[in-house]
Write a protein that binds this ligand. Structure first.
Ligand SMILES: [Zn+2]
Length: 188
């Protein structure tokens, strides 16, 4: 009895330290439109693809929520997609906004849509750096994905430009990603 309790406490403490996931602002909280349809990934994805939105940055929750809504509207009405393309978006306010969410087929880089989680940092990081709270949120979300098996145990991280002809996620953000231990210099 005491032993069992001790094990539960130990596991809980371990997970509190090792498996903590950041808060994610759900689609219903930011006022998302319903997707036209969703398609589940067929298996746990081995890739995380990082993007920038190539839009002005946002630095408050209200400004970031409007930006995320604008991106969803553009993706559905202009691009003709089923939903906002990314699985998650991160604002300059340091908040993480749910896009398609975990386990859902994305629309962000054709070669990787069926086998990745796409995370978009709001802003244009070709010539400017993302603020530290936005980068910290990215690192927390990536660690959470690994800790909670939303990606395979040997998952790797790439920038959009490694999967298609684009400057995304901008030179400055890409240079940050290249310092990650999980960054893959030669993606398949
Ligand atoms: Zn991109």
């Amino acid at each position: 009895m005491y032993l069992n309790s001790a094990v539960v406490v130990l596991v809980s403490v371990f997970c509190y330290v090792e498996c903590a996931c950041p808060d994610i602002i759900s689609k219903s909280s930011w006022g998302a439109r319903s997707p036209k349809k969703t398609k589940a990934l067929r298996s746990t994805p081995p890739w995380i693809v990082v993007h920038h939105s190539d839009t002005p940055a946002c630095n408050s929750r209200s400004a970031c929520e409007s930006r995320v809504k604008n991106i969803q509207t553009h993706h559905i009405d202009h691009n003709g997609w089923d939903d906002i393309g990314y699985n998650f978006l991160i604002g300059g306010d340091g908040n993480i906004y749910e896009g398609r969410g975990w386990g859902i087929h994305g629309a962000h880089v054709p070669r990787y849509n069926a086998k990745s989680i796409g995370i978009c940092l709001i802003g244009d990081f070709q010539n400017t750096n993302p603020p530290s709270n936005q980068l910290q949120a990215l690192e927390n979300l990536i660690k959470c994905a690994g800790d909670t098996n939303k990606v395979t145990s040997n998952y790797r991280v790439i920038g959009h430009r490694q999967g298609g002809a684009t400057k995304c996620p901008g030179d400055n953000l890409f240079n940050k990603i290249k310092t990650y231990s999980r960054w893959e210099p030669n993606p398949s």
